[in-house]
Design a protein. Structure first.
Length: 86
């Protein structure tokens, strides 16, 4: 079972993709879910750890998305300056 982390140990800029999950910064070949910091607000389409594709609309700038995310889709995402936190 996964849970929302209040503090992260690693962070990396997110490159949106319709086919590729967010790379794991720990060096492990297995993708690990992360929470997101949204630098510039907008819509955010993600693939959750549970396999759901969902679009969050009007995500404000400077906010955190407390969802375990594997991928940020290019199509359907207008938010930018997104940081993955593990």
């Amino acid at each position: 079972m996964s849970h929302f982390k209040l503090q992260g140990m690693r962070a990396s800029a997110v490159t949106t993709s319709n086919t590729v999950n967010i790379p794991n910064v720990t060096g492990s070949p297995t993708t690990q879910p992360c929470v997101l910091y949204i630098g510039t607000g907008g819509s955010l389409k993600v693939l959750t750890e549970g396999g759901d594709e969902v679009t969050f609309v009007n995500v404000p700038s400077g906010s955190f998305l407390p969802v375990n995310v594997l991928r940020v889709f290019a199509a359907g995402t207008s938010a930018s300056n997104i940081i993955a936190i593990w």
